[in-house]
Design a protein around this ligand. Structure first.
Ligand code: HEC
Ligand code: HEC
Ligand code: HEC
Ligand code: HEC
Ligand code: HEC
Ligand code: HEC
Ligand code: HEC
Ligand code: HEC
Length: 464
């Protein structure tokens, strides 16, 4: 395709921008690149148009994604999301802006989105995807220092170097650069971390980019681009299970695997391509799809339920921590939430079916709790007799207890909650009872001999 400038003018009617492939020899030399470029004719302020024009050469991938999204049609551009006040702690200037009065930041938090989407941001901030997600990785108080120790002392090899680490929050003082490798490649990319800045207002210590709960230097929280991939920010993509599967997977929370093995996931796999994903919020209903995705059950409007960015809103139980309890406090309100989730199911299942599913979950949770309580009882007795190793990661009983709740126990509970029988059983309760019996053996042996076995009997996490 190639258009003359006159033709562009008429084609632009009703459009905000025109895509042109300028043929070699065209009059405008600056556009004479022999490839597709964006020429912004109207609809954007000149300062906003400049970003797009230059970036379509310097980072064509980003501009292509932006063009593919709905916000570009509404005239929302780089300028709206990336330009910050000169006084912002994150303010810097890219190559193209040196010498101007315009300042930008590569970091964009939920605060920017809240200018135009206040409701989504308000709901999001109440959920575990915001502050709580980073607390798990960053807050010494919340994480008891233990999880920070996990990232740097154990995984980061500070232990091998025998370093004395001190930290308040952020990155511990005195570590060697390689010790940042575990956090930046792992926890941070799912949970988020606190962004630390250097003197040029750019991130240091690999503390950016990161996952859902990112804490930004201006005090704002949350990275909305984890489900709405930049720069398309699509509602359709976020409604597909893959939007969640990047983080909700693996041995300790195999939500995407459970989904794929459930009847719902089976239907998504065989028919999902034909479903419709772009209906507006509150109008995406059965008929557009025949089985629910993660979004349907946890976020979307369906029947009488309205959409929410607070993923706690429909959860009765806290299924991620050691003992399962009904949610309360900053984890939501489980009693209020349970009927909401069941309203989701009632759009496609009978009352009898819905009742059975709630009862199955309640029973699975109670069964798991019996194991957990037994484990706690054994641990207390061992502690009272001084029969627990000081380093929990190097003590067979405590290692198994970790896998009991964090891996196998979560799989059993979440498999039961989301209708994945293989996870509820073979990766779940089957392994729960095996672990429990191994723990009993270690417990009995220690009580009998009055000694901790000299080497941990737990070789690796592989089977668990
Ligand atoms: C609707 C808001 C929005 C718009 C419009 C937008 N961005 Fe972004 N951009 C983001 C978000 C969110 C991030 C991720 C920020 C984070 O992780 O802190 C980002 C990240 C970036 C990054 C750094 C990440 C990387 O992959 O290198 C660059 C560069 C960037 N955007 C350039 C652009 C350009 C150029 C445009 C215009 C074509 C643009 N953005 C339009 C929101 C936006
Ligand atoms: C004349 C060209 C030009 C213009 C105009 C321009 N940029 Fe850039 N921008 C660049 C180049 C070159 C880079 C560096 C890309 C890289 O790091 O590889 C860059 C980098 C960026 C980054 C990433 C910064 C980082 O530290 O990672 C963002 C965000 C960005 N620009 C946004 C904007 C916005 C918003 C505007 C308009 C207000 C704009 N740019 C105008 C050329 C330009
Ligand atoms: C300056 C206002 C403005 C800002 C800032 C803004 N948006 Fe939007 N956004 C809009 C408008 C307007 C639309 C509707 C576009 C349309 O469908 O015509 C929209 C649509 C969307 C959609 C729906 C896209 C679709 O596929 O239907 C998502 C998701 C979204 N925005 C997310 C974000 C996120 C995340 C941020 C922050 C990184 C953000 N927006 C920042 C104005 C804004
Ligand atoms: C970038 C990674 C990431 C993505 C993508 C993601 N999540 Fe999460 N999610 C997390 C983390 C991390 C937590 C744990 C938060 C914490 O520490 O409390 C979490 C927690 C949750 C919880 C429990 C929340 C609570 O308040 O206790 C639900 C439900 C959930 N996610 C559903 C979803 C769904 C549905 C999607 C997709 C539409 C999704 N998540 C996408 C990382 C992610
Ligand atoms: C692949 C993404 C991913 C990685 C990597 C990851 N997590 Fe998580 N984490 C999650 C998700 C998703 C949940 C929610 C699990 C659920 O609801 O069952 C979670 C839950 C948690 C929880 C329980 C919730 C809470 O806030 O108390 C803690 C603690 C936690 N993670 C800490 C960490 C630490 C520390 C690391 C790194 C050493 C880490 N995670 C690595 C995705 C991840
Ligand atoms: C856990 C994944 C997830 C995260 C994180 C997330 N969203 Fe969404 N978002 C979705 C899903 C799924 C939908 C569609 C819900 C539905 O079906 O109505 C959606 C819908 C939207 C819409 C409605 C679009 C329209 O067409 O009107 C906007 C706006 C939006 N999100 C903005 C945001 C903003 C702003 C943030 C950051 C605070 C954010 N989202 C974070 C998953 C997410
Ligand atoms: C058929 C509806 C349905 C679908 C589809 C679904 N879930 Fe769930 N999910 C549930 C129910 C029900 C629970 C347990 C709720 C409760 O506690 O009452 C749950 C629990 C969870 C939890 C546990 C929160 C905690 O306390 O640790 C996470 C995380 C989660 N779902 C994420 C996902 C993800 C990611 C997907 C898609 C891969 C998904 N869900 C698909 C219904 C669904
Ligand atoms: C959009 C419709 C829809 C929603 C909403 C929905 N389901 Fe389903 N569900 C289906 C379909 C379709 C099947 C497949 C039935 C078949 O052909 O075997 C199914 C199958 C199941 C099965 C497999 C057992 C059986 O009946 O064959 C379970 C269990 C289940 N759903 C539980 C739930 C629960 C629990 C919820 C709510 C948290 C829920 N579903 C929400 C459509 C839905």
């Amino acid at each position: 395709m190639s258009f003359s400038p006159a033709k562009i003018g008429s084609l632009c009617i009703g459009l905000l921008l025109a895509l042109t492939a300028v043929p070699a020899g065209a009059q405008n030399q600056s556009l004479n690149m022999g490839r597709k470029e964006l020429v912004i004719k109207r609809g954007f302020k000149p300062e906003a148009a400049k970003c797009i024009e230059c970036h379509s050469k310097k980072s064509p991938g980003i501009v292509a994604q932006w063009k593919d999204g709905r916000m570009s049609h509404a005239g929302i551009s780089c300028y709206d999301c990336h330009v910050v006040e000169k006084s912002s702690p994150m303010a810097s200037q890219c190559e193209g802006l040196k010498g101007t009065n315009t300042f930008i930041s590569p970091m964009v938090s939920s605060k920017t989105c809240s200018r135009c989407h206040p409701q989504e941001v308000e709901q999001f901030l109440k959920s575990g995807h915001a502050k709580l997600a980073t607390a798990a990785v960053m807050d010494p108080k919340k994480a008891g220092g233990k999880l920070i120790k996990l990232q740097f002392w154990y995984e980061g090899c500070a232990r091998q170097a025998n370093l004395k680490l001190t930290w308040n929050t952020g990155t511990p003082k005195g570590i060697k650069p390689y010790m940042l490798g575990a956090r930046a490649s792992g926890c941070q990319m799912c949970h988020g971390t606190t962004v630390e800045l250097g003197p040029d207002h750019k991130p240091i210590n690999d503390s950016w980019p990161g996952g859902v709960g990112m804490r930004y230097p201006d005090g704002s929280v949350g990275n909305c681009s984890v489900c709405h991939e930049r720069h398309t920010f699509s509602i359709s993509d976020a409604r597909k299970p893959e939007a969640c599967g990047a983080c909700h997977l693996g041995p300790d929370h195999p939500n995407i695997e459970i989904y794929h093995e459930s009847k719902h996931g089976q239907l998504y796999a065989v028919q999902g391509e034909k479903w419709k994903y772009d209906s507006p919020p509150d109008a995406w209903e059965p008929g557009d799809y025949l089985a629910p995705t993660c979004a349907t059950c946890h976020m979307s409007g369906i029947g009488e339920l309205t959409p929410t960015h607070n993923v706690q809103e429909r959860l009765k139980y806290d299924l991620m921590h050691k003992k399962t309890v009904v949610r309360s406090g900053d984890r939501g309100d489980g009693e209020k939430a349970a009927p909401l989730m069941r309203k989701v199911c009632a759009n496609c299942h009978s009352t009898t079916h819905v009742r059975v599913q709630q009862s199955t979950l309640d029973r699975a949770v109670n069964l798991y709790n019996v194991y957990w309580d037994g484990a706690v009882k054994m641990k207390k007795e061992l502690a009272a007799k001084n029969l627990l190793g000081k380093d929990p990661w190097n003590d067979g009983f405590q290692e198994l207890m970790y896998y009991l709740w964090h891996h196998t126990g979560r799989r059993a509970r979440q498999g039961a909650a989301m209708n994945g029988p293989d996870y509820a059983h073979w990766h779940g309760f089957f392994q729960v009872f095996q672990l429990y019996m191994d723990m009993e053996n270690i417990y009995n042996q220690r009580i009998k001999t009055g000694k901790i076995e000299p080497v941990s009997t737990v070789v690796s996490s592989a089977p668990y």
